[in-house]
Design a binder for this molecule. Sequence first.
Ligand SMILES: Nc1ncnc2c1ncn2[C@@H]1O[C@H](COP(=O)(O)OP(=O)(O)OP(=O)(O)O)[C@@H](O)[C@H]1O
Length: 307
Amino acid sequence: MIEAHDLTKRYGDKSAVDHISFTIAPGTVTGFLGPNGAGKSTTMRMIVGLDRPTAGSVTVNGKPYAQHSWPLREVGALLDAKAVHPGRSARSHLRTMAATHGISIKRVDEVIEMTGLAGVAGKRVGGFSLGMGQRLGIASAMLGDPGTLILDEPVNGLDPDGVTWVRHLVRSLAAEGRTVFLSSHLMSEMAQTADQLLVIGRGRILTAGPVQQVIDSVTGTTVRVRSPHATELADLVRAEGVTITSGEAGSLELQGITVEQVGGTAAAHGIVLHELCLQRASLEDAYMNLTRDAVEYRSEPSPALAS
Ligand SMILES: Nc1ncnc2c1ncn2[C@@H]1O[C@H](COP(=O)(O)OP(=O)(O)OP(=O)(O)O)[C@@H](O)[C@H]1O
């Protein structure tokens, strides 16, 4: 369990993290989303004691990170996969970490196997690809078999096989009752991986909650219906709060009404339906809506290529 109260980090005049409070519950994967510079890494660094809050506090299992006797066994973190001495081998890096934290050498071999690094564990880390470095970062985070994992962009640089592997890994860690808190800019991946979301922009919380609830609250849902009697159906369901858009012949898109209500009304009036379905927006759509005003580093559309 991670609990932040009024957590704040200022760099000079700039509030990187601005009075945020949240709880990351065990047994779930919580996705941490936000545009570049929103404050995700700063928040994660404060959780593991690498940055000191300007105000407020953050605890892991009831204590600040530094007050745990064996922090690596409590919290595993992947924050900067490149922060490993390039001249060392992966195995020697992990063995050094294990030795300084009272962790057995057997566990080093376990995490090497678990992260698919067995074939390269004796090689210099300086020669690792981005994806291999990420795997080593995840191995380091798993070393103390911690109850809480904090992973900043764990799928960055991984190939599709690696991305799927991380998804299964974090889901199984959460199923074991662990707390998993991870950031990613890959929305489709996050939608498949996370149970809960915490979305921040300019250091403030924009929204938090179960993934589907966050999507629905931002974008709403649309009922799509197709019927040879679409006009009659539209007249029946037209009420305050229901928005009706006519699509191609015989199809309607309705907002502010449930699938059940549309189906019930159609049945009650003997109206034949050829299609009735709920259309949900993607997490990417919801995220774009949510963060529209919180993007600090906006890109300009690319000019059309001259022919
Ligand atoms: N050591 C530092 N000194 C000054 N400003 C900093 C420092 N670290 C972070 N910042 C600023 O704090 C803000 C939050 O940065 P942070 O790295 O936490 O964002 P982020 O959400 O992790 O971004 P990204 O998605 O790009 O990784 C940014 O404006 C950043 O420039």
